[in-house]
Design a protein around this ligand. Structure first.
Ligand SMILES: [Zn+2]
Length: 398
């Protein structure tokens, strides 16, 4: 039986190999046409056309988002439902996070899984879900709220990385901070006694939160900047804003720390006699890794001779897949485009790597390992129940 299953997976690999040039052309096209947050029309169209041409039923403009899509292929009882996610938004400097590789790997995986479902007698539905605006718009959160993931049993998505490949562990949950101090303008030289200095309140807040850091848990990240203060030395600044972000691994710690920042902001405003307005909004929630799914994927990556880091290492990033991971078990392989050492995403160097030969290798390994993982789940759906159970226990202990 083991041999039969391995043969099935090898056939999936071959199907992916047969399309690798077409996949790479799409990856390059997306890289050369960077589109930001909710404006990824070209990338969306290129993927939908490829999936339609390969026999998937494609729905565009789903979950209220113009540039989201869902491509579906079902066999037998149509259950279980496994979703492979695609991302394709760029940054102001282009595809410096390599999301072109995420998109193309999802397409490659689609080809391998289609080969499996067509040529074997198993039940299931594969969905390739196009999720826009990861960098800033939280596309997946909008799709989750709008029921796009309601029938999905498991989710898998790759992300390109540097240093050796890995199965991603936990990452950070975050909040966005906005504080506005309003004081009173006055001539700084002639009548300072009539003014209320909003910039002083903002400075005081940075000093106070700086001192509080001593008492923060080690994983708490707080970054704040002052924006939009008056820039004339002859005036007492009447308006000052602080923008910031707060992040850490545990949602409970995040809430507690947000309260501390809020109290601090109020106290500093009061001290200077300013009116204080505070908005603290939810950012992305941290990823909950799933060991059951990750172990399956890890096993397939080993068979494909991909060197891997041990375990499921944590990282200090954040992604909207984290919100999904709190509802559906996810698997999040990070496949390298530069194994030698760590290069930060969102840099020119990473952008160049995302369209290099190493990027092509990354698409091949990612497509094959995602397809193989899904095939294993379709062959033995009891693994999905184990994955769901693991998530349930983890959420109970959050
Ligand atoms: Zn990214």
């Amino acid at each position: 039986m083991k041999e039969i299953i391995e043969n099935i997976k090898l056939n999936s690999d071959k199907a992916i190999d047969s399309k690798i040039n077409e996949l790479w052309n799409i990856s390059t096209y997306i890289h050369e046409n960077p589109e930001m947050c909710f404006e990824e029309y070209k990338a969306c169209d290129a993927q939908c056309t490829f999936l339609e041409n390969n026999g998937f039923a494609v729905a565009k403009n789903i979950g209220t988002l113009d540039t989201a899509f869902c491509a579906t292929l079902s066999f037998g009882t149509k259950l279980p439902v496994i979703a492979v996610l695609s991302e394709y938004d760029a940054l102001t400097i282009g595809h410096a996070c390599g999301h072109n590789l995420i998109a193309t790997s999802a397409l490659g995986a689609a080809i391998g899984i289609k080969n499996f479902l067509e040529t074997n007698n198993y039940n299931g539905t594969i969905k390739i879900i196009g999720t826009p605006a990861e960098e800033s718009g939280g596309g997946k959160i909008i799709l989750l709220i709008n029921h796009v993931f309601d029938d999905v049993d498991s989710v898998i998505m790759m992300h390109p990385t540097s240093a050796p490949s890995r199965l991603a562990g936990e990452c950070l949950s975050s909040k966005r901070i906005s504080i506005e101090y309003t004081g009173k303008v006055a001539h700084a030289g002639a009548h300072p006694e009539n003014g209320i200095n909003a910039l002083s309140a903002a400075n005081l807040h940075l000093v106070a939160t700086g001192m509080l850091r001593q008492h923060f848990k080690a994983d708490i990240r707080l970054s704040q900047i002052i924006v939009n203060s008056n820039n004339q030395t002859g005036l007492i600044p009447e308006l000052s804003q602080i923008k910031g972000s707060l992040s850490c691994f545990k949602l409970n710690d995040l809430e507690k720390c947000a309260d501390i920042i809020k109290n601090c902001a109020i106290g500093c405003g009061n001290a200077m006699g300013c009116k204080t307005e505070i908005i603290i909004e939810d950012g992305y929630q941290g990823r909950i890794p799933n060991k059951v799914l990750s172990d399956i994927c890890k096993n397939e990556l080993v068979k494909l001779n991909e060197p891997l880091l041990e375990g499921m290492p944590i990282d200090f990033g954040g992604e909207d897949l984290g919100n999904i991971s709190r509802h559906i078990p996810i698997c999040n392989p990070y496949i390298t485009i530069f194994p030698e050492y760590k290069i930060s995403n969102h840099t020119e160097q990473f952008k160049q790597l995302a369209v290099s030969k190493a990027g092509l290798k990354c698409v091949e390994i990612s497509s094959k390992s995602i397809a193989r993982t899904c095939i294993q789940l379709f062959i033995d759906p009891s693994l999905i129940e184990l994955a769901k159970n693991e998530l349930k226990i983890r959420l109970e202990n959050e």
